[in-house]
Write a protein that binds this ligand. Structure first.
Ligand code: NAD
Ligand code: DAU
Length: 368
């Protein structure tokens, strides 16, 4: 049976990948530290599955990683584990260096040493796939061409700088030690089970609670949205057919200004759960911008489409509708993640922002 060591497999994207991999009959050894973002509830359907082996631990724990490699002899390591939230990286950059840079370096070194001990035939098919982000390329202006795989790196937040560093380490292990690596750089994901510190679930859940919907700056920053299932299908495709040493951009060709996303969520909620207290959009509140807020990301995915035949299955309109429904129908999951630690984060991140913009800038933001 094919076996993969998946790191960060209890998070938003990693858990989706694990569920897909199990459906394809792949044994998964899932190494996850279970930080605030890790949630075994995401994997509840695998509770009695003997071919999903969950191990709580850190990718920076060399001894543990070595033990897992020796025990399970995986055909691939797929590295999703990371600190992933830009706003948290602004408040605590070192945590991002520890996991995203040092953790990845340790994982790479231990995998490299383990591979060197295998017989050549056994090592031939092995792959190390590193999951990265479009944010390493920096920020685009309106009308700039989308990022390609050869766009120079220009990270601008502690999060994206730490992801860029990890990407460089992955490539360095290819050049220096011949490690058979692959990289993917993906745009913003959305879908079920996303931790509600990120824009889309935060807005859905705040709206249901009749709380302010915090929009940074004027809401004109643009993100390229991709359904998490399409991201994970692309990762599987790259692992199966990607050329060793190459990176592949993944995106949704669904660029939207944040304010448009927030207004669409409000309209969906008006339709699905009318509140009787006025439109949800009345809750939109413009707040102090994210420092260094990247204006726009957009991904050119031609390489992935032409070389590997990948196409997204979800369009943004129906994918967002399904996502809103998922949060409405999974209130237990929501209550389990909104712990005291979550409430503390919301207080820390938003208390200092305040509602600085008025209705006039709402109209201005919407038109620009
Ligand atoms: P997430 O924050 O939801 O999950 C991260 C997971 O990694 C959690 O389960 C956490 O417990 C685990 N983890 C953190 N530190 C760890 C460590 N030291 N050792 C082991 N496990 C650890 O993140 P996500 O949104 O699922 O993102 C997953 C990956 O995809 C990240 O590498 C991120 O940079 C990348 N990515 C995310 C997006 C997005 O839109 N969310 C887009 C492109 C790329
Ligand atoms: O582009 C890929 C990246 O997408 C991933 O690498 C990151 O792991 C992932 O978190 C995501 O980063 P963003 O910073 O784009 O996602 P976030 O959901 O935090 O913010 C999306 C946009 O919405 C961004 O322009 C900031 C804005 N925003 C966010 C929050 C949390 C708001 O306006 N208000 C908010 O309260």
């Amino acid at each position: 049976m094919n076996c993969q060591l998946v790191t960060g497999g209890a998070g938003f994207i990693g858990s989706c990948y694990v569920l897909q991999a199990r459906r394809r009959g792949i044994r998964v050894v899932n190494l996850d530290k279970l930080t605030y973002a890790g949630n075994l509830g995401n994997l509840a359907s695998l509770r009695n599955d003997p071919d999903h082996v969950f191990v709580q631990g850190d990718i920076g724990n060399a001894e543990l990683v070595r033990h897992l490699l020796d025990t399970w002899r995986p055909d691939a390591v797929v590295n999703f584990a990371a600190e992933s939230h830009v706003d948290r990286s602004i408040l605590d950059p070192e945590a991002f260096v520890r996991t995203n840079v040092l953790g990845t370096a340790t994982l790479l070194r231990v995998v490299k040493d383990w591979l060197a001990r295998l017989a050549p035939g056994q090592a031939q098919a092995f792959r190390f796939l590193h999951i990265s982000t479009d944010e390493v390329f920096g920020a685009l202006a309106p009308g700039d061409p989308a990022f390609t795989e050869t766009t120079p790196y220009s990270p601008r937040s502690p999060y994206s700088a730490s992801k860029a560093a990890s990407d460089h380490l992955v490539r360095a292990f290819r050049e220096t030690y011949g490690l058979p690596v692959l990289l993917t750089n993906c745009s913003n994901n959305y879908g079920p089970r996303q931790f509600p510190e990120k824009l889309i679930p935060l807005v859905i859940l705040n709206a249901l609670d009749r709380k302010p919907l915090p929009v940074y700056g004027q809401g004109m920053n643009v993100r390229d949205w991709l359904h998490v299932e399409d991201h994970c299908a692309a990762v599987a495709r790259v692992l199966e057919g990607g050329r060793v040493g190459e990176s592949y951009n993944i995106g949704g060709r669904a660029e939207r200004a944040n304010i448009e996303v927030v207004r669409t969520i409000c309209a969906l909620l008006d339709e699905l759960v009318p509140s009787g207290q006025g439109p949800y959009a009345d809750l939109i509140t413009y707040v102090t911008d994210r420092p260094g807020h990247d204006f726009r990301y957009a991904m050119n995915c031609t390489k992935l489409e032409t070389e590997l035949g990948w196409r997204p299955r979800h369009d943004f309109a129906s994918g967002l509708r399904d996502t809103v429904r998922w949060y409405l129908e999974n209130r237990d999951w929501v209550e389990n993640v909104r712990t005291g630690a979550y409430r503390q984060w919301i207080a820390v991140n938003y208390a200092s922002r305040g509602a600085v913009c008025d209705a006039a800038s709402d109209a201005q933001g919407g038109k620009a």
